[in-house]
Design a protein around this ligand. Structure first.
Ligand code: HEC
Ligand code: HEC
Length: 193
């Protein structure tokens, strides 16, 4: 075929339309999820974690734990209990691809500096990576909500997080609430992108 400007224009148009269709083909449940987890998966609601850009494997695991009741999460139960494995995988892929952003909470620089030292002693980076972006079954902490991370670490420490991975619970055994606050401020101060 001889390329004329109109065939090129048509090819460009078809390509753009296909790309747009792929971009809008998101799992049908995602909009409901983001109703709680915030626009683009970045939460503006106290105690609701941001999920944008979390490792795909971490999201898949947590959704399966929630569906199976290993990590019962009452506000989410009606939204996860009927998801199929394929739907969970599609959601995890779509959410992992969303750009992560910091919350609007104010980070206390003094607490964050103390948290950085404690985090070095406790080797948070060995699992969550030096930039705290997480990997595999380990969540991103960088830029995550301070209130959520504080509550999560207290729950691991006090054996109150159902389905908790003991790898994580062991790290926070014996920490005070004040120690936990420094770690949450430090992690929140890191760049999530
Ligand atoms: C009614 C509000 C609500 C809806 C709707 C909701 N969630 Fe959640 N979600 C929460 C809360 C609250 C938590 C934190 C639970 C806790 O404190 O352990 C959570 C936790 C999570 C987590 C674990 C995050 C982490 O860092 O540990 C994932 C993943 C998640 N939700 C994904 C989803 C997906 C996918 C959907 C849609 C199918 C969804 N959520 C719908 C409120 C909601
Ligand atoms: C040995 C590996 C390991 C180390 C070291 C570690 N973590 Fe974790 N962390 C995990 C795993 C695995 C999870 C997910 C656990 C689960 O599924 O319950 C997790 C989860 C978390 C969560 C919950 C986040 C969420 O979105 O639900 C927080 C907060 C956290 N870690 C903070 C820290 C901090 C701060 C340190 C250092 C003081 C640390 N972790 C050290 C493995 C580790």
């Amino acid at each position: 075929m001889r390329l004329t400007s109109s065939t090129v224009a048509f090819a460009l148009f078809a390509g753009a339309a296909a790309a747009q269709q792929a971009a809008t083909e998101q799992p049908p449940q995602l909009e409901t999820c983001l109703g709680c987890h915030g626009e683009g998966g970045n939460s503006r609601t106290p105690l609701v974690p941001s999920i944008a850009g979390q490792p795909e494997f971490f999201i898949t695991n947590q959704l399966i734990y929630m569906r199976e009741g290993v990590r019962p999460t009452p506000p989410m139960t009606p939204f996860v209990e009927k998801l199929t494995d394929a739907e969970i995988e599609a959601l995890a892929r779509a959410i992992a691809a969303l750009p992560a952003a910091r919350s609007e909470e104010v980070v206390d620089a003094g607490l964050a500096a103390r948290g950085q030292k404690l985090s070095e002693q406790l080797r948070c980076a060995s699992c969550h990576l030096p930039n705290l972006h997480g990997q595999e079954q380990m969540p991103r902490l960088a830029g995550q909500r301070i209130d959520y991370m504080t509550a999560a670490m207290q729950a691991y420490r006090d054996s109150q997080r159902p389905g908790a991975d003991p790898m994580m619970s062991n790290v926070v055994v014996g920490l005070s609430d004040a120690d936990i606050a420094t770690l949450a401020h430090f992690a929140a101060s890191r760049d999530p992108r």
